[in-house]
Write a protein that binds this ligand. Structure first.
Ligand code: XMP
Length: 521
């Protein structure tokens, strides 16, 4: 029996929202076990037997009047378990209970202010002193007629039924998204639902998460051999440790030097994983192969696809040598999935092909093991601590699989790589020396594909622009630029220009995500 099968849990029914995994993450943050089931796959006979303490219905891109497009068994409403409907989930709940939903005259997207109408346990400490709270909305339809036996808890100017409740049956509906950070007190509302309404006890920690993932890996791979693409970053390091605990000697890690790594990275990774952690590690120097395949390629998506494909080719080559390898493990995280493709089959648009998701070849001989694919970066870091990985590894800034290739818009040359490696080295060293590294979520140097004129020692120069990027973020999904003191900016600009030939101008990227992304390509 799996670790989690008899735990009481919050069941999240997914209707295809981009934020469903965020709901699960918020529940995990509260120390409570949760599970997501697609509305298409839910079986009432199965969930009747489960130890449910509450149900959350997610948002989604559908309309409730398109009955044929979504499934919801009305028997779920008779389980006697508290239910919270969020956005589309709120509309489904209302419609099934004889309310009405229609297109809103005034659609609400982004920030909205809601005003308290009555008291509710759900909104304990949720409203400010002036009885308002700022929430994040994303809806074109709205509940237009209240379902039977419900009352209004809060309204906005344009939608009266923004929070509604039926305390007799413990049904609650909210039109906004409490799971996103832009809803200022969203976590309070979810906490009230989980602890005050569902009366759940804390039953989930990083340790439980670790044991669950190890069990799932064992179930998935059995006695087969697995290779793990190790980059030395926090994600693949955590995956390698999990696999090592789950399957021991059946794991071989492969570290591919694609020539697009940071200065001295290959030496550091081999030393940490082979010498210190005693992992079974193969080092592959594929520098020339990657650079050859990328020559004259400047389109960002093409670069990503070439790199993703070549990684897999190399893994397959080594899998053949080791014999009987069936699986490839990688450190894919949830944000990689969201941005590369739609996870739920909904129409979310593709932003970029993260090398280990959208950059993979269509036909692969190896089956994927991706134990972190529903986790966010900070959760992976906690898991890393639980697995006794050193702080050095855990606190490293993220580094993308395509490496310096996507920090060098335009074509890639060995000369540019050399310059960029040096610039990045000076930037990161200065951050560490000034105690700034750990205050920043991710920082790097990039080389822009334009040259500009400068003057050095009375001579004209015509050289590259180095762009510095440093951001703060919670999970890489949204980000803001880091506010450096002027003294630090002067220092790093001088250091880069004085020490590196080929750069005569340094600029700092002051865009947030959105509208930009963290990487340049
Ligand atoms: P973006 O540029 O999409 O980056 O805002 C979000 C986070 O993802 C990292 N990133 C990648 N990581 N393979 C990876 O392993 C990739 O192809 C990839 N592309 C972006 C990026 O460094 C940032 O932390």
């Amino acid at each position: 029996m799996s670790l989690s099968s008899n735990l009481s849990k919050i069941l999240i029914i997914d209707f295809g929202s981009q934020f469903t995994q965020l709901i699960a993450r918020r529940v995990r943050e509260l120390g409570v076990f949760s599970e997501i089931v697609s509305h298409k796959k839910i079986e009432i006979t199965k969930i009747i037997k489960e130890n449910l303490s509450g149900i959350i219905l997610s948002g989604g891109p559908l309309n409730v009047y398109e009955n044929d497009k979504f499934k919801f068994d009305k028997k779920i409403l008779r389980l006697g378990v508290p239910i919270l409907g969020i956005c589309f989930g709120h509309q489904v709940l209302s419609k099934l209970l004889d309310g009405k939903v229609k297109k809103s005259k005034h659609r609400e997207f982004g920030l909205a202010t809601i005003k308290k109408v009555s008291n509710s346990i759900l909104t304990k400490n949720f409203f400010n002193k002036d009885k308002t709270s700022n929430v994040w909305m994303s809806h074109a339809d709205q509940v237009s007629k209240m379902p039977k036996n419900f009352k209004i808890i809060a309204s906005t100017k344009n939608s009266k039924l923004t929070i509604i409740e039926n305390t007799k049956n413990n049904f609650y509906g909210v039109q906004f998204h409490p799971e996103v950070t832009h809803t200022n007190k969203g976590k309070i509302l979810l906490r009230n639902f989980v602890f005050l309404i569902c009366k759940t006890k804390k039953n989930w920690s990083s340790k439980d998460q670790k044991l669950k993932l190890i069990n799932e890996i064992k179930d998935q791979v059995g006695n087969n051999k697995v290779i793990c693409g190790l980059s030395g970053g926090v994600d693949s390091s955590v995956v390698a440790q999990l696999l090592s605990k789950a399957i021991g000697k059946n794991l071989t890690c492969i570290f591919v030097n694609n020539g697009l790594l940071r200065k001295n990275e290959e030496t550091q990774v081999v030393s940490t994983f082979k010498k210190k952690l005693k992992m079974n590690l193969i080092y592959v120097n594929a520098e020339n192969e990657f650079i050859r395949k990328l020559s004259n390629v400047s389109d960002p998506e093409k670069k990503r696809k070439i790199i993703g494909n070549l990684f897999i080719k190399i893994f397959e080559r080594y899998a053949k040598k080791i014999k009987n390898v069936q699986f490839l493990a990688q450190g894919t995280l949830y944000p990689d999935l969201i941005e590369s493709k739609s996870v739920t089959g909904s129409q979310t648009s593709k932003i970029k092909s993260h090398h280990n998701v959208g950059g993979l070849p269509k036909i692969m001989k190896l089956k994927l093991v991706e134990p972190l694919k529903f986790l966010f970066k900070d959760e992976v870091r906690k898991l890393g601590l639980e697995l006794n990985l050193s702080n050095d590894i855990i606190s490293r800034h993220p580094f993308p699989g395509p490496g310096l290739a996507i920090r060098m818009p335009g074509i890639i040359t060995k000369e540019k790589i050399k310059i960029l490696k040096e610039a990045d080295f000076y930037f990161i060293k200065a951050l560490r020396d000034h105690g700034l590294y750990d205050k920043i979520w991710q920082a790097y140097a990039a080389l822009l594909p334009v040259k500009t004129v400068g003057v050095m020692g009375d001579n004209r120069t015509y050289e590259h622009i180095c762009l510095l990027r440093a951001i703060t973020s919670e999970d890489g999904m949204t980000a803001d630029f880091f506010d450096f003191p002027k003294g630090f900016m002067q220092l790093i600009s001088n250091q880069i220009i004085n020490n590196i030939r080929g750069i005569n101008r340094v600029v700092y990227d002051i865009t947030s995500k959105p509208p930009s992304t963290i990487e340049l390509e």
